[in-house]
Ligand binder design. Sequence first.
Ligand code: DC
Length: 234
Amino acid sequence: MAKKNSFQIAIDGPVAAGKGTVSRLVADKLGFLYVDTGAMYRVTALIGIRNQIDLSNQDQLAPLVKKATIHMRNPNSQEKDGRLTTVLLDNEDVSWVIRTEDVSQGASKVAVHPQVRSVLVEKQQQIALEQDVVMEGRDITYRVLPQADLKIYLTANDVVRAKRRHHDLLTKGVDIEFDEVYKDLLERDHRDQSRSVDPLQIVEDAWVIDTSDISIQQVVALIVSKVELMSTVG
Ligand code: DC
């Protein structure tokens, strides 16, 4: 890996721990780029679906993803439509297309492939090399940015996470029972934690923040003050 010339905040954690919202707000407060790496696994699934490739076929998928230009940036003034990040695939805005159910399911299928992971990890490391980032995902603290200046594992108990996810879905007009959301969340946790390649894990030097009983604003304030302290000291 090339020598870094940036301040890196790496955030991992399970589904619905608040990683996206926290990372976006921390990045805004510090003037850093927010990088949602899950979006890149989603883009990979989209590429596969559009090219009618079987998502279990990493030999076909990985070269196409390697060739693709995936650009992530903070939303501009015309893009304030609730998105946390703008994602461009070969210059096409796919920020919302990648949030559909088909693509979400596909993303967890393509995320198990070592060849796909290696292509995406390299792209993610490249992004974080020259600019200050808040990068979130499942393998950032130990695989993508093992030299990160600050490593955080953001979590919350599973009922709280399922309640948050349920509330989000109802707000978006999706009519779904809590029990279904809860079951789906436990399944996704299991898949993320039992994957043979780079499963979700807590590294020794991670700062574990449990968001069950504190607000998003409090979490953001905690992280920002820690970074400010690090900048003063370091
Ligand atoms: O966070 P998300 O739901 O957008 O992530 C989409 C999928 O990609 C999900 O199945 C977890 C996976 N993922 C991963 O394996 N590694 C990452 N760094 C980010 C996401």
